[in-house]
Design a protein around this ligand. Structure first.
Ligand code: SF4
Length: 122
């Protein structure tokens, strides 16, 4: 029997709290987008349990091993872009953002259209 996968949907209620713990502006410090102004969005609820050998366990337990509850809505994400029109980038990080597919999906639609959406998985 073929396994069925849930298709990512969209966020229907922009006032509903999402599994998002942090939303803030910053300068990207990693990768090919280094130096660009960005909005960092950190999701929570990761069920992975990464062990990095000498580096120890996951460095953000508050999003994974002992996850805190999300406090931001999608309207909060829209608001921070409205307040910072010069920012066109987003760093969606975690807490494993791919575990929140509706949020990844919604970012691609009408209100937030990004040129690129870098995903930082760890
Ligand atoms: S995927 Fe990221 S947040 Fe999840 S356990 Fe691994 S390092 Fe931590």
């Amino acid at each position: 029997m073929e396994k069925e996968y849930k298709k990512p949907g969209r966020i229907l209620d922009y006032n509903k709290k999402l599994p998002v713990l942090e939303v803030y502006t910053c300068i990207q410090s990693e990768g090919s987008r280094q130096g660009r102004p960005t909005v960092a969005i950190r999701v929570t609820g990761c069920t992975h349990r990464c062990w990095f050998g000498a580096g120890g366990w996951c460095d953000s337990w508050y999003t994974s091993i002992h996850p805190e509850k999300g406090i931001f809505t999608f309207n909060d994400i829209i608001k921070i872009y409205d307040e910072n029109p010069e920012i066109t980038e987003m760093m969606l990080t975690g807490g494993s953002p791919t575990m929140v597919p509706d949020l990844c999906n919604e970012n691609q639609y009408d209100n937030l259209m990004f040129y690129e959406l870098p995903l930082y998985l760890i």
